[in-house]
Design a protein around this ligand. Sequence first.
Ligand code: ADP
Ligand code: ZN
Length: 303
Amino acid sequence: MSVYGGIEAGGTKFVCAVGSGPEDLRGETRFPTTTPEETLNRAIAFFRQQQATLDEPLAAIGVAAFGPLDPDPASPTFGFITTTPKPGWANTDFAGVIRRALRLPVGFDTDVNGAALAEQRWGAAQGLDTFVYLTIGTGIGGGGMAAGRLLHGLLHPEMGHLRVPHDWEADPFPGSCPFHGDCLEGLASGPALEQRWGRRAETLPSDHPAWALEARYLALGLTNIILTLAPQRIILGGGVMQQPFLFPLVRREVQELLNGYIHATEILERIDDYIVPPALGNRAGVLGAIALAQNVGGEENGE
Ligand code: ADP
Ligand code: ZN
């Protein structure tokens, strides 16, 4: 079995590993995201050092990155982080730098598409071909598949920035998104919770009114996704979803908002198996990068 390198490139930290799947993940390392030059050089140094100890050459590198980015292999800026507001990272040729330094094919996609692919291969979306992976953390991001293909198109989905109804009287918080104010991310991300309530989300007790409001906003977003894409399952990851009581609240709100309209037992009777946490937990990210590496040469990421 071939061995691959994976880079989970987050806005605050990078996680790099080599391996071939959940039962075979080796030499994991993590370091903070600083400048592109410093951070990419640390990743390259890690893989060179790993390569020296492996019996066989790495077959490919996968990158599952924060965005916005260009995932289209036919585009001249394929593999770039494009318009990110993160200082120093706009227009960074991420995949090109890695490919030239390590002389390996590079698979490149969003962190959430990577996590979705890993969940399909080894986790909570096995056997499905149309599903969504959403992270509720520092930002909100969504990826997934339709008819067995990772979701791409014009660029890539930006489900975190869905517009949802905002009752200003019940919730006067204007929202935290620098682009839209009160989009889904602006109303329901970890930083939105912190700014609205004046304390970090992980310190809000389970009976705090924050959570009913949070469940309502997330359910509004999920309802729009369900009505648009008809996913067979929705996986919710990220720091905010570490609060286990949030899952039943969100499920109930989704059922209420859909009001019986979607005639599927998955939603009407088995919603506990429809809106679920990631089976790969916090390893979905780095395993997503490994899965993207395995896809190189295939349709999705061929170069
Ligand atoms: P990132 O999105 O940066 O990759 P996370 O998914 O961990 O990282 O999201 C971080 C956000 O999640 C922060 O806003 C933090 O307050 C919130 N968060 C982290 N852990 C918890 C928790 N146990 N309960 C609620 N919110 C949490
Ligand atoms: Zn937004």
